[in-house]
Design a protein around this ligand. Sequence first.
Ligand SMILES: Cc1ncc(COP(=O)(O)O)c(C=O)c1O
Length: 379
Amino acid sequence: MMVADRLEKIEESATLKISDLAAKLKREGKDIISLSVGEPDFPTPQHIIQAAIKAMEDGHTHYTPSKGIPELREAISDKLRVENGIEYSPEEILVTPGAKHAIFEAVMATVNRGDEVILLEPSWVTYEACVMMAEAQVVWCPLNENFEAPDLQEYVSDKTKMIIVNSPNNPLGVVFRKEFLKEIRDIAVDHDLLVISDEIYEKIIYDGVHYSLASFDGMWERVITVNGFSKSYAMTGWRLGYAAAPRNIIDSMLKVQQHSVSCATSFVQYAGIAALKGDQQFLAGMVEEFEKRRDLLVNGLKEMGISYAPPDGAFYLFADVSSFGTGVEVSEQLLQEAYVAVTPGEAFGKSWRGWVRISYATSRENLMEALKRIKDVLI
Ligand SMILES: Cc1ncc(COP(=O)(O)O)c(C=O)c1O
């Protein structure tokens, strides 16, 4: 009775639910291997930590401008121009406490009650919740067996306001092809739609190439590019992300930020500058290790005759376990009998009932042991 209607239908984050349950079992002494985590298992690089300590010692421990400190917005502007081929001035950039909050602010700032927002299914769980908090409607467009959406057009109505795109994709691990992104571009331009392009996994790619949607013709004015530091620099707990978009959108998002969190944490923003401008060697090493783990997992699944979406990026593998049951059934069985935690595909959309998401943000030893246990239980 006390709870607002808009929150009633929003579920607890299904991905966090599984990791919490796995953590609980672990605390109870069970030998759980968690393949459900959404964060790199690498320590944040030392030079980034040192930059935060120095910022604190230098007295940067107070509120910053709500948009973010100018030096960081300049560094982000340079990064987007050099790496992504998109021109955003520092005024068109908003530094946020995590990419997640950037997405929340972007939806709050642009989507009206009753508008429709298209999500490509399967989709990361937070997009749906943000749309619901804006009292708008989610329209699910299921991806086909090639993890593309040739009939996307059919999901557009006169109420459609936005499409949310995430490549490299969580939960799929797929890097969307340029041709598919161009199809999305054509539809967005033809129907005058906004697009959130969540590019948080852009640097974790093994095969395929990352394209920023805002760099495509006709897209700059309609795309909100979202990115952050959590995945590329193993900084999930620092809470640092950003959005880049035309000034009127950024300034509306700024209102949400000013009246919710004021600004991203001061000294963390200085650490962000060190991350962007400092040595990038860490990243190459992390991606190399992720690739080895991905290969190990792929070989293990192949041996069991389990197929999967092309695992070209991020650190997830989306596997078809339909011959063993639904995603929920298989996840429960693996947790209870193999002490291996994976995330059911259903968490990311109803059409993916026979799938599970396996995160390989854990050691190769853990992965080998998990594969052995999965095989023992399923095969
Ligand atoms: C697709 C996607 N976008 C955004 C985020 C959130 O990142 P941040 O830690 O910067 O809020 C995540 C984290 O799991 C994610 O998987």
